[in-house]
Design a protein around this ligand. Sequence first.
Ligand code: NOJ
Length: 659
Amino acid sequence: MKKTPVIIISGLLALASCTPSGSSVSSPDNKIRFTVESNDGGLFYSVTDGGETVVSPSRLGFVLAGDEQAKDFKILGKETASCDTTWETAWGESRLVRDNYNQLTVNMQEKNSGLLVDLQVRVFDDGFGYRYVFPAQNRDSLIIMQELTEFVIPEGSTAWGLPIKSEYYEDYFYHKNIADLDSVRTPLTVEAPGRYLAIHEANLTDYPKMNLVATDSVTLVAQLVPWSNGVAAYVKTPFATPWRTMIIGDKPGDLVTSYMMLNLNEPQAIGDASWCKPMKYMGIWWEMHLGKGTWHAGPHHSANTANVKKYIDFAAANGIKGLLVEGWNASWEGDWTRNEHIDFTTPYPDYDIDEIARYAKEKGVEMIGHHETAAWTRNYENQLDTAFSFLTGHGINNVKTGYVNSRMDGKEDHSSQYGVRHYRKVIETAAKHHVTINNHEPVMPTGLQRTLPNLMSQEGVRGQEWNAWSTDGGSVPEHTVVMPFTRGLAGPMDFTFGTFNFENPVYPGTRVQSTIAKELALYVVIYAPLQMASDLPENYAKYPDTFQFIKDVPVDWETTIVPDAVIGDYVVTVRRDRNSDDWYLGAVTDENARTLDVALDFLEPNTEYVATIYADAPDADWKNNPTAYTITDRTVTSADTLNLSLATSGGTAIRFHKK
Ligand code: NOJ
């Protein structure tokens, strides 16, 4: 149930003649203070946390077409407002989210061009966001070439940054000094002296993604992803840019449990969203990535009716709700990335979609369709309505989309305004058809799932598929203990873990670099409302007792806590199921084995729980013995502390069930 926000406008417009030179606004707890100042050099903001500088004076402004520098602003007036409300998520890591901030809007006019711009600032207890708002004015369209926005962060900071050149954001976040970062995507996670920061954006609508360029050891400058003609954004006034955001926390876990990005998105816009159902799913997928089957027609075509029925049977027998089928539409021959006419309504002859729809319904399994567009977005947009209608006509209300190609329609960047517009059109059209989307090769998420909860999950991460075929041998153990604090801050990740078989007959040099217990723990550590059990049914069948955890683990949470973590070393995440009193714990480590003490003080007091503990066996290690595990039941209460023992790249997964 959503509540209408309580917004109290408490300020007054100052007179234009007063030309105030600065204004401040503080967080509700008074700890974080954001100040805007205009002087002869331009417009700047700065931020303190508990009196200590977190952002030193940092420039604001734009470059418009014709090299028109919009940076010299006269402050005309200001308004303040505050909000304290709590809203309910359609699905997510926390059922309830408190939206509590103080707002400052500074009304300004650019001295040379006469352009009217408002800087709108919201300061929360866990960080701040600001955006530029162009009110309606006699200039009704603007061509933005670049933003001048800066983040000047504390000296001595280091950061986990994703290089701009990472295609589809599928790379590691590298831990570096700021000066060595060069150009990075956001989220950018910063370890500053005494605190953790995460710079990102919220509500990316009709605008390009913001990257950051490090110009020295403290300065990060926004760089908008341009169209192929060099323009960053075509804007019609009135218009609001995305929010530029910074989460501020004392410890890494504070970044994970901040919901500021969601608060800075618009409320849910699709009415009753009960059809956007969180679920676990399997897929006609891993076998193609392993090279055992093919997307295209032929003797090894995976999406054939008999094989799909085998997966439906397995999913139904094990309570896995969804089944993805890739390679079902007759367009995968040869180099399919060059196929500008991919057909989304013609199944391969050996994929009997009517029979599969009937069988899946009989077995209670929800099919997940696949639209690999190869980034030929015009071709996809031309078919969008018929493509969704075709699937819903066969009872398929979930679609995984894909954009494998370095450019959209041969020339535009996925993260440009062109890309952002396309993705939005797909999600909005899907919403009209009551179709949920799991978007691969996306623009980096910015919290849009609050407004459009049918956008359930996205890739934009170096996910499990790299562990099937990457020539570098697969992702290093550290990757999974960095992601929750970097890419994970942008929203659900379709990472697709759950491997139980670490031998790779097709690419023997490549493998999933973890243990079976770590694969289980990742279902708690890495959040998505769609979680894949990605391995083959025959591999799960070998370990029915461990597979039980995947069957049990929820995908929708009442609350989330990160009691202990060191970014890049280990993380312990605890979540309470949204639909029962059960709690779940996931602990994962990097290449180093370690022991961790976890106090169970999150459990209901004076209540006994059975803790079913899936742990690495004493002789487990990711390289030589990844499938060695133990499963133990223990009675515990909130007064207990558990000592967890994690193997190299290992983990522990626990279900707490009331006795
Ligand atoms: C890349 C996606 O990430 C993967 O999941 C999919 O199987 C292939 N593209 C084919 O669409």
